[in-house]
Design a protein around this ligand. Sequence first.
Ligand code: ADP
Ligand code: MG
Length: 631
Amino acid sequence: MIAPHAPSLHGLPRRAIQALPDALISQIAAGEVIERPASVVRELVDNALDAGATQITLRLQAGGVRLIQVEDNGFGIAPQQLVTALERHATSKIRDLAELERVDTMGFRGEALAAIASIADLTLHSRSAESTDTHGWVLHARTGELAPVARDVGTTLEVRELFYSTPARRKFLKTDATELAHCVDAVRRHALVRPDVGFVIWHDGKLVAQWRACTRSPFAHALQQRVQDVLGSDMVTHSLWLEHTRQGVTVRGLAGLPDAARARNDRQFAYVNGRYVREKVITHAARSAYEDVLHGHRQPVYVLFVELDPLRVDVNVHPTKIEVRFRDSREVHQAVRHAIDDALAQPRAGATHSSHSESPAPGTGNPYSAVTHAAAGYSVQDLSALWGADVTPASGLTHAPDHAATDSGAAEQASAFGQYALPVAAPPSGESHAIWPLGRAIAQLHGVYILAENASGLILVDMHAAHERIVYEQLKHQFDAAALAGLQPQRLLIPVTLTASDTELATAAAHTHTLTQLGLDISPLSAHTLAVRSVPAALSQGPVADLVRSVLHELEQHEAATVLARARNELLSTMACHGAVRANRKLTLEEMNALLRQMEATERSDQCNHGRPTWRQVSMKALDALFLRGR
Ligand code: ADP
Ligand code: MG
């Protein structure tokens, strides 16, 4: 006896093959494209933007289930075209394959209106800029009734009773408040990339959001203003503006500071040629750029606008166009990673001078010029001079002195930094603490924190965390300079064998050079097995098969350089932790000042290797508030 749900070739009478009715085809298409009210909102706002609208008003009732109305001031639809607009696969946006390949409109599939009309009650009001009529027309999709209506140039689409004809879908909807939130999200995604367009959202007669059109130039300033309006000024003050072009891929936008990272990934916006996308190449590139400065599983925040020749992107891979495919995803990956990496690498201590300004205007003051400030506040010193000659990963790491915490005496002070001892910096004279971003050291607190005075007030430094980062960055430089040779391999007495998939075997064969640089000697043993004969010396104690699998997996997905950099970072970070000064070391003022100057000159020195902050500013204002001064 066959279970009732099992497909049966024998139990059912054969049925003839026949074409599906139009309405059902549209409902099937709607199933892909329209998941909830927010999907309708997205499609209608897409259409309004494609029509050149500069003002878009959204009115919702009951989370959009009862009513979604989108009104625009775009060029409208000619009266004789209204009926055609609702037909399946009817579009004004592309004519042939060549146009599809370089499409620059949001829509092009000609499906949205037909799909929406098949599952809701749709009314289309429009007055075309080109028509000589002094009024517009209204078309009721269900009845096909067309009538004149008074209105200005532009289009209004009204969608009532969503999913009335497909009640199964309706059951999946959440509360009105949740559906409303999704609708607002959908508009937000459009709004972020189109500061030149004004948006207003109403829900049940109440104003929910209003973002005014901003035509500031350059466009970057308008974008920054819009990010501030839509995501709040915190998003802007805690990010760095970046702009970076590489191999014809331009990346602009805001990269949040590591401190601004969140538990959820709900503040990650990526756009490709103006289209909001969820794209794993970009997400991964951003993730890897942040990897070195983020703590635990914190999620970075960013708004990234990626631009490249439309011929290098295929936007026709997903019915809702939320995914795209890049012809060369490595180039995009590199551009995004480098853009963020470069922005984050600059130490930000120099920005403290301007961090008083409570609400800096976009394009001025702290948030956008932080990088420039940091570089201008002091002269970048030559790291190798600071560090003394020849600390190499091989010698420096394995023989790093044991810094086990002891209650140190005077004799130990001079060598508190051990192997990584610094030449003592000249003591700051006169006003110099005013120009040094991290100021002049004044004391050490419980062997853990350095206190320093700068122009803004008090600076607190976690000395172990800061020194660890300095050692780590130093090791990275040395490793790259020496590198060449790659990681030191350790031959295994008995080769480790592991079963491998075809993909893993192919990846191992294609990347022998990179694998060798990583200290890995991997070769095929049979059609399904790999033999590992050497692993990086520093990792020889770990589970070899896991290491190999994860390296192969990474190599398969990403450029070899990324994999190398990651492996390098992981090793060196562990090593740096052992080389850095421990807590409970007494430091002299000279040593503390030397550490501060090094921090100012070291990339990523605002975070320790694990992503925690290395220093904090307590402004005079904050101190005054603490003592209720000046009230
Ligand atoms: P697509 O956007 O993929 O072309 P749609 O079903 O969304 O398909 O829309 C069909 C056509 O209707 C569009 O190509 C466009 O010509 C017209 N249209 C839809 N909405 C608007 C609007 N707000 N303003 C002007 N024309 C519109
Ligand atoms: Mg459309």
